[in-house]
Design a protein around this ligand. Structure first.
Ligand code: NAD
Ligand code: UFG
Length: 342
């Protein structure tokens, strides 16, 4: 049987590259399209070293209507698109909202148009728990009402889901799945791919590992007066390798025509909330290092607690997160050391 071709936008990035590895290992043929604005060409070699397969790669800015249309025409034998490509820095999006709306929403519009014009009928979208805003009930199920996210970045995710829903309504044979990620951290066990943040990291895990290698002086923990067990904020951290596997399951659901609706959403988290101090403690244990940290006031826009009820993904996709917080902090630490020593 001919292998099925999947278009992966943003496949050179953090989550995309781990997913490409999982897809290749599951027998799919991959074409990555990425303009490398937040990734590096060496990732292609790393994917090839891990899997023994070098995926096709095209360097295209997906906000370019013509180039994207031509790209889709060239790859009209693809059976699905996984759309990772987006800008993702929350703070930067507050400063540069137009840039974020233009980039993230035009990418999706061009992708949907490319699918429509070439009868590529399946799409998976990278969404975020940010669409739930400040949740009323924890753990969060997909039934929870979405709210206006606190940042333009978050709002691009909410609007993108609405755009997909409208598009899929009028394309009866097309199907889409939006995956709402909670807090992806960790790196591949090969230590060949991982997160490579540019500049000062916004996110907790890279800030911890960069502090431990001495690039940052200390971790500032934002808030110690939340109504949580130890006073620090709680999130649902999920290993990027588990997250990648969920994309394979979602893809199979689409390709095997198992989806009930033409647009479905799934939470991707472990269902367990960990505090910032839990993550620090796990890091200290797995790295056998003491971390420099101090407490700061709360960060604006942060919610006190956010964790998923992942039952729908567990039951419907047959997917479960299997890796622990210690697996996450250990692999992040191994990756950070590898990056600094290479
Ligand atoms: P990433 O920045 O590592 O990867 C995104 C990739 O998209 C990069 O390789 C970048 O070069 C590419 N890209 C951006 N704009 C492009 C454009 N105009 N044309 C072509 N390529 C473009 O980010 P990631 O962490 O791997 O995130 C992947 C997706 O998951 C994003 O949509 C992100 O918003 C979403 N997401 C991430 C997180 C997280 O914590 N990492 C959480 C929730 C959702
Ligand atoms: N934190 C610190 N110090 C830091 C960085 C983070 O204490 O230097 C804390 C935050 O205050 C928060 C927790 O660590 O309590 C996690 O923060 P991250 O920035 O790692 O993650 P967020 O939960 O804020 O954001 C993540 C993704 C976003 C997404 C959001 C949805 O990075 O893309 O989840 O909830 F929009």
């Amino acid at each position: 049987m001919k292998t099925q071709k999947i278009i992966v936008t943003g496949g050179m990035g953090y989550i995309g590259s781990h997913t490409v590895v999982a897809l290749i290992n599951s027998g799919y043929s991959i074409v990555i399209v990425d303009n490398l604005c937040n990734s590096n060409i060496v990732v292609l070699k790393s994917i090839s070293e891990i899997t023994g397969v070098t995926p096709e790669f095209e360097n295209i800015d997906l906000t370019d209507d013509n180039k994207t249309a031509q790209f889709f025409k060239r790859h009209n034998d693809a059976v699905a698109v996984i759309n990772f490509a987006a800008l993702k820095a929350v703070g930067e999006s507050v400063q540069k909202p137009i840039w974020y709306y233009k980039n993230n929403l035009n990418i999706l519009l061009n992708v949907l148009e490319g699918m429509e014009n070439n009868a590529i009928k399946n799409v998976i979208f990278s969404s975020s728990a940010t669409v739930y805003g400040l949740p009323d009930i924890l753990p969060i199920t997909e039934e929870a009402k979405t709210k206006r996210p606190t940042s333009p970045y978050g709002n691009t995710k909410k609007i993108a889901e609405e755009m997909m829903e409208d598009f899929l309504k009028v394309q009866p044979n097309f199907k889409g799945i939006s995956l709402r990620y909670f807090n992806p951290i960790g790196a591949h066990e090969s230590e060949k791919i991982g997160e490579l943040p540019t500049g000062i990291p916004n996110n907790l895990m890279p800030f911890i590992t960069q502090t431990a290698v001495g690039i940052r002086k200390e971790l500032k923990i934002f808030g110690k007066d939340y109504a949580t067990e130890d006073g620090t904020a709680v999130r649902d951290y999920i290993h990027v390798v588990d997250l990648a596997e969920a994309h394979v399951k979602a893809l199979k659901r689409l390709l095997n025509s198992e989806a009930n609706d033409n647009f479905e959403v799934f939470n991707l988290g472990t269902g367990v909330g960990y505090s910032v101090l839990d993550v620090v403690k796990s890091f200290e244990k797995t790295s056998q290092q003491k971390l420099n940290y101090s407490f700061e006031k709360r960060r604006e826009g942060d919610v006190p607690e956010l964790y998923a009820n992942p039952s729908k993904a567990n039951e419907v996709l047959g997917w479960n997160a299997t890796l622990t917080l210690d697996d996450m902090t250990a692999s992040s630490w191994n990756w950070e050391q590898k990056v600094r020593n290479s």
